[in-house]
Design a protein around this ligand. Structure first.
Ligand code: ADP
Length: 390
């Protein structure tokens, strides 16, 4: 223990300590600074000798340091004193340490401060604090996103329910409407056939109008029924072999009165051999009835309709071309949308529901086929449909 009575040993201990050690006189001037202090703050011993503590304190801490120094001069020591030093090159160093006071006969002599450089630790703490805040923020954002998603999910399922209820209502209402309409048509037939006495010419004309409008209503009800069945997913599909040429011919025969009424010229280019596909008869009927009756409806009197049917290696291609009013370019992208009708058909007062092509496209896609068209306003349209041969 003798060595510790030796002043040189104490000096050596202070000088080479791993902490910043400084001693300040009653005027705040440095009496002593150790090697670590000089290394970190960048001053030589001589330079330090010309400095007072306010020269190395970061400005925002000056006031607190002056107040503490005044207390020290009264003999008060400080534990865990934190402040910031400024090095010669301007670096800011966070320090933390103890300051003890040397007094003699009640008079202040000097202070001894032992500080630790805690800049790196504080930086790490700040970083951790930043990360923690970020995590809290992210957590909050995730909670908000979850809330938004939950609300959206609820809205979607409500919309789904509502749509389903709507489709069910339309399906039920359409179904109920079909029977009275059919009965109206029977009675018109009976009146026309003279079951209730002779019918005058004028009465015949009015009965004809009632009949046409009843038929139009039946078509509308059929379209509603089919769309709602499709949307409810209850469109029953029963595949059977269908001879496409025969089917199209049958549809044309049905529509013959309308073709004749408008004096339209219908030509056909069919494949030599019969083309038979395996499909649902109802679907094929809806597709071609819609496409051919559109060609008839939207072609002015005296116009032409051409039907082509070809079998290619991997598909069957059917085209229905007309010399009708065409579809305005700006509206072509909407043509398969539910209830969409182009401006030129509304201005010309041509009747329709805007449901046919929506139904046709949905049904064709259900069978794995495709539909597209080319059209020039006032020149005509060509609708193409493909099916896969089975
Ligand atoms: P609509 O009952 O109105 O005919 P569709 O769904 O069958 O309903 O057709 C939608 C719209 O597409 C029609 O209103 C019409 O504007 C246009 N369109 C369909 N086919 C033709 C065609 N061959 N020529 C001109 N426009 C057509």
């Amino acid at each position: 223990m003798d060595t510790f009575n030796d002043v040189e040993t104490w000096k050596d201990l202070f000088e080479n300590a791993n902490d910043l050690i400084q001693s300040v006189d009653e005027n705040g001037r440095f009496l002593y600074v150790n090697k670590k202090w000089r290394d970190i703050l960048g001053y030589t011993n001589d330079e330090a000798g010309r400095l007072a503590f306010p020269n190395i304190i970061y400005p925002s801490h000056l006031q607190a340091c002056f107040a503490a120094f005044a207390e020290m001069q009264k003999g008060k020591s400080f534990d865990n004193f934190s402040t910031q030093f400024v090095a010669k090159d301007g670096r800011v160093i966070d320090v933390e340490g103890n300051i003890s006071v040397r007094m003699k006969d009640g008079k202040f002599i000097s202070t001894w401060g032992i500080f630790r450089d805690v800049t790196a630790r504080n930086q790490r703490e700040q970083e951790l604090d930043h990360i923690a805040k970020m995590l809290v923020r992210r957590d909050f954002e995730l909670l908000q996103t979850n809330d938004i998603l939950r609300i959206r999910d609820e809205q979607i399922s409500k919309e789904h329910e509502l749509n389903r209820a709507k489709s069910e209502f339309v399906s039920l209402a359409s179904h109920q409407l079909k029977t009275p309409l059919t009965i109206i048509k029977w009675y018109i037939d009976m009146l026309n056939a003279g079951y209730a006495d002779d019918v005058l010419e004028k009465q015949k004309e009015y009965l004809g109008k009632i009949y046409t409008n009843t038929e139009r209503m039946v078509e509308l009800v059929d379209a509603f029924l089919n769309v709602s069945r499709l949307e409810l997913g209850v469109f029953a599909i029963k595949k059977e072999p269908i001879n496409l040429k025969d089917k199209i011919e049958a549809i044309l025969k049905n529509l013959d009165p309308k073709i004749k009424e408008k004096n339209l010229k219908v030509s056909k280019t069919y494949a030599k051999d019969d083309i038979v596909i395996s499909a649902d008869l109802k679907i094929i009927q809806i597709i071609f009835e819609n496409l051919i009756s559109n060609a008839i409806k939207y072609t002015p009197a005296g116009g032409k309709i051409h039907i082509t049917m070809q079998k290619k290696s991997d598909e069957i291609l059917i085209g229905i071309t007309d010399t009708g009013i065409g579809i305005p370019v700006g509206q072509q992208s909407k043509i398969f949308t539910k209830f969409f009708r182009a401006d030129n058909v509304s201005t010309q007062k041509i009747d329709g529901t805007g449901l046919g092509l929506y139904l046709v496209k949905t049904l064709i896609e259900k069978t794995g086929g495709k539909i597209w068209f080319e059209s020039t306003e006032n020149k005509g349209s060509a609708f193409y449909v493909t099916f896969c041969p089975d």
